[in-house]
Design a protein around this ligand. Structure first.
Ligand SMILES: [Zn+2]
Length: 234
């Protein structure tokens, strides 16, 4: 069974949000088109308490985007974002939620961040989504959303580690790109770990069962018609 995992398409990660991903809302219509091609659709939601340790505001004297430590791990300090029950934490209003059967909150523990939708950044606690997907009979996970170089990347790496066949819809993601190389490096890290790349046109034309066949398409789709646009990596 194929599951589409929609990662963190929340107001705060879209333009005018507290931690806007460049062009982040451009994925919304693409993701809406993808959903009907999947047996199962789930969404994740960054869902922080106000005292979360990933917020620079909770580290006196520190500024957003500086590097610090949290839970014994290196931590980028972020602007306050996706605080539970605030407008910024809500899913983008244009995201079609009718087929989403499960919403998976993450980042709820103030002492550690959680980029992946399956585990916190220290792999100390599982969110339960991996077990639940397996119980539904899911063997193949297709990820899309925000952001390519953080939550999509770490969710994809964990999905592979959990034994799922894992794909990323490259043009249905956008990245933060704090450093110019971050997004291509994230794509390379996913590819090296066994994550396969596809694009929305191929998925919508043929459906996941026919378009997502091993070994091709791999990280670099073979034909120009399958290439994502020049802005696809954020
Ligand atoms: Zn967060």
């Amino acid at each position: 069974m194929n599951a589409l995992v929609i990662v963190d398409i929340q107001r705060d990660f879209c333009p005018d949000g507290a931690l806007a991903v460049p062009d982040g809302d451009a994925v919304v219509p693409v993701v809406n088109r993808l959903q009907s091609h999947f047996d199962l659709v789930v969404a994740t939601q960054d869902w922080h308490p106000r005292n979360h340790g990933s917020f620079a505001a909770n580290h006196p004297g520190r500024q957003p985007f500086e590097l610090a430590k949290l839970g014994g791990l290196p931590q980028v300090l972020w602007p306050v974002h996706c605080v539970q029950w605030t407008q910024g934490a809500m899913l983008h209003p244009d995201l079609d939620i009718r087929r989403i059967v499960r919403l998976c909150p993450k980042g709820t523990d103030p002492t550690i961040d959680s980029y992946s939708t399956f585990f916190d950044n220290g792999h100390r606690q599982a969110t339960g989504l991996g077990d639940w997907l397996r119980e539904q009979g899911v063997t193949r996970i297709v990820l899309c959303g925000l952001a390519t170089d953080y939550c999509v990347k770490f969710s994809a790496l964990d999905a592979v580690q959990l034994g799922f066949e894992t794909w990323v819809v490259e043009d249905a993601c956008r990245g933060v790109g704090l450093k110019p190389d971050d997004i291509p490096a994230a794509l390379a890290a996913m590819h090296d770990a066994g994550v396969k790349m596809t694009n929305a046109a191929a998925l919508c034309a043929h459906g996941p069962s026919d378009s997502l066949t091993s070994p091709a398409p791999t990280a670099r789709p073979p034909g120009p018609s399958q290439r994502p646009g020049p802005d696809a990596s954020g």
